[in-house]
Design a protein around this ligand. Structure first.
Ligand code: HEM
Ligand SMILES: *[C@@H]1O[C@H](CO)[C@@H](O)[C@H](O)[C@H]1NC(C)=O
Ligand SMILES: CC(=O)N[C@H]1CO[C@H](CO)[C@@H](O)[C@@H]1O
Length: 331
């Protein structure tokens, strides 16, 4: 008589744990998710991204960074796209949005409009998936690896500036802080080192690294891990009291190409942020930097793996999400 009871108990406890932890059952993303509902979606998005890049290069780094910030705050659910209202200050208006360039938002909005204008596709494709596709496209279109993107995310139901607190890495972070924050999102230290190479593209405002080139106490002038030639160049581009709107290339060598120059720069002491350079100065991550500086293929493989994992963070399905009609509006 014990056996059937045990059986029932197992079934009950399984059902109970699924009710209590609906988010722990990993949402199932898959390639070609829209194959029957909107079969041309990937080429429609790519076309919009290509056009947008023709208008401005900033499309590329802006979209890539937007995806990262989306995924690290409440998961990859396009919550970063939501506009603030009179009663709700949204994620994008937290100071840590660190000048998320408007061209990333614009790319997603334009791609969503193009998708929704396609017969049969209207209201079928989430903003979160469009951002994931556009991100894959900007990487490939700037010389990086091309990969099949997993889809099937829904858009999140909330977005608050408060939810950003403590969720995004800071440029002053140590290796332990970086590794810890990525681990909290299911990413390994190796994934973190791979994803950091996104800084091979795009711009940084002078304030983000001013502490490395000027002394604000009497302790030291220039960060000793910074290449002194590079430090002088940075000082001339970013003089004290520089216009806070000035931004400089993060990769001084190939700023418009997605390549492994990031790691070559680190070896020369030319990582822009403390959080970049520490990957080379800390003996735990240094071997990986050395390896990927000389082995572009190995780096690209690691980057694809890490991006795919990043795209799975906090994915919403079922009642936890919806397909937003307007990516900037929750309701
Ligand atoms: C590892 C920890 C990271 C830190 C501390 C960090 C920090 C920063 C900071 C401070 C900026 C400059 C923002 C500004 O001044 O406007 C920046 C820019 C950027 N970050 Fe990161 N980031 C990190 C990881 C990532 C990851 C994982 C990605 C994407 C996969 C990414 C993509 C970018 C891009 C593309 C830009 C340039 C944005 C533009 O030009 O508009 N970052 N990051
Ligand atoms: C500093 O950078 C220059 C190139 O800008 C390079 O030739 C030099 O070797 C670097 N110094 C160090 C210590 O890596
Ligand atoms: C693009 C964007 O939404 N930028 C906002 C970032 O946050 C500041 C305030 O912290 C806003 O003023 C910007 O509009």
């Amino acid at each position: 008589m014990a056996a059937p009871h045990l059986h029932l108990l197992l079934v009950l406890s399984l059902a109970l744990s699924l009710c209590l932890f609906p988010d722990t059952a990993r949402a199932q993303l898959r390639q070609n998710y829209y194959a029957s509902s909107c079969p041309r979606v990937e080429s429609i998005v790519r076309g919009v991204v290509q056009n947008k890049i023709k208008q401005t290069f900033v499309t590329i780094p802006a979209t890539l960074r937007l995806f990262f910030h989306d995924c690290f705050v409440q998961g990859c659910d396009a919550s970063v796209m939501v506009a603030s209202t009179a009663t709700n200050k949204a994620e994008k208006d937290h100071s840590d949005n660190l000048s998320l360039a408007g061209d990333g938002f614009d790319t997603v909005i334009k791609a969503k409009a193009a998708v929704d204008a396609t017969p049969g596709c209207r209201n079928k494709v989430s903003c979160a998936d469009i951002l994931a596709m556009a991100t894959r496209d900007v990487i490939a279109l700037s010389g990086g690896p091309s990969y099949a993107v997993e889809l099937g995310r829904l858009d999140g139901l909330s977005s608050t500036a408060a939810s950003v607190n403590g969720k995004l890495p800071q440029p002053t972070f140590t290796l332990n802080q970086l590794t810890g924050m990525f681990a909290a999102n299911g990413l390994t230290q190796t994934d973190m080192i791979a994803l950091s190479a996104a800084h091979t593209l795009g711009f940084s405002h002078c304030s983000k690294f001013a502490n490395r080139i000027y002394s604000f106490s009497r302790q030291r002038a220039i960060d000793p891990t910074l290449n002194s030639t590079y430090a002088k160049a940075l000082q001339s581009m970013c003089p004290r009291n520089v216009d806070p709107r000035i931004a400089i290339n993060m990769d001084p060598n190939t700023p418009r190409t997605f390549d492994n120059m990031y790691y070559k720069n680190l070896i020369q002491g030319m990582g822009l942020f403390t959080s970049d350079q520490v990957l080379f100065t800390d003996s735990r991550s240094k071997p990986t930097v050395n390896k990927w500086a000389t082995d572009s293929k190995a780096f690209q493989q690691a980057f694809i793996t890490a991006m795919t994992k990043l795209g799975r963070v906090g994915v919403k399905t079922g009642r936890n999400g919806k397909i937003r009609q307007d990516c900037a509006v929750l309701a």
